[in-house]
Design a protein around this ligand. Sequence first.
Ligand code: FAD
Ligand code: NAD
Length: 320
Amino acid sequence: QATDTLAREGPSSPSYDWFQTDSLVTIVVYTKQKDITLDSVIVDHQDDSFRAETIIKDYSYLINIELSHAVQGDFSVRIVENVGKIEIVLKKKENTSWKCLGHPLENHNSLVPKKDADTEIVKPYTPVSDSLLSEFKEPALPNNKYIYFLIKIYPAGLFTPELDHLQIGDFVFVSNPEGNFKTSQFQELEDLFLLAAGTGFTPMVKLLNYALTNIPSLRKVKLMFFNKTEDDIIWRSHLEELTFKDKRFDVEFVLSAPISEWNGKQGHVSPALLSEFLKRSSDKSKVLICICGPTPFTEQGIKFLHELNFSKDEIHSFTA
Ligand code: FAD
Ligand code: NAD
């Protein structure tokens, strides 16, 4: 529908095109290079702004557009290596026909020498407390200048290896906090169930500390913590210690890739695991279930919770 081509020096000019079905929009970048891999492509989109940077030898080719319609959060990227084609498939929020892809933003459809390309990487992280057992008070440090994070380093990741290599004195920029959890969701709460997978545990840290300290109506707090292996369980000893310290709290670990000696719970999130775990302290007790983890975990979990007749108001999911 709309094809732009570039005429410049450097590698053969890339171009792009797009097409749509009822539910999908596909943006195709023709790099005209044969050695393009997934690592050469950085896709970033938020609300209706869309940016895809392709590294081509010492150059960077940019698609930077304000999309004409809203798209969903997830997308897929496919490389057809032998022809150097990149396909980025976005899911439309509404099944309407788009008249155009959108409006060009800065440097859209341009090829710039890589040294001039300045890529900003933005990733969300959840502040935690310094520990689960800090007697439930914020650390008394000068001007409250400290902020704690629990961040998993992915050796093949884009951002976390960079973070891992920071030296004292280096800078990272931190935005204002964002999020939609309200402590009013805890009002009169009797049973709090937390479902966390991997680093999806991080939002649960402050919830646990807050609920156990500030909600007098609270009778039961249970965490079901899903991980691949025992070694992946974050703060296991703190959690186990907390079960001794506070009788209202209990934790269950579920492993998806345990060694054969593991005699705890196994598998992925499932209706069977959830229905056994989510026992109210009384028939009509006020319940809140918080869930966080990899997107498929959270989506499946919410679906199972609805099947178990928990209402929307009784579920809070932490998502991007
Ligand atoms: P990425 O580049 O995103 O890669 C992560 C892994 O996926 C790597 O192993 C990589 O090889 C693989 N991968 C990447 N792309 C592909 C692909 N196309 N196909 C197959 N595999 C691929 N994380 C924390 O550790 N702590 C937190 O407190 C935390 N809070 C978060 C809060 C929110 C609201 C959200 C949405 C996420 C949070 N995360 C948190 C996750 C965090 O934002 C990053 O996603 C994470 O750190 C990975 O970033 P990265 O750039 O290093 O890795
Ligand atoms: P991981 O890959 O180690 O997996 C942990 C567990 O998640 C697995 O044992 C399994 O039980 C479950 N799981 C993983 N993939 C699944 C799938 N496809 N279907 C069903 N269950 C699945 O997890 P990780 O590397 O620690 O990743 C944690 C995720 O949590 C990241 O995607 C991160 O972005 C997300 N997160 C989100 C927030 C938020 O506030 N939205 C906060 C922190 C982390």
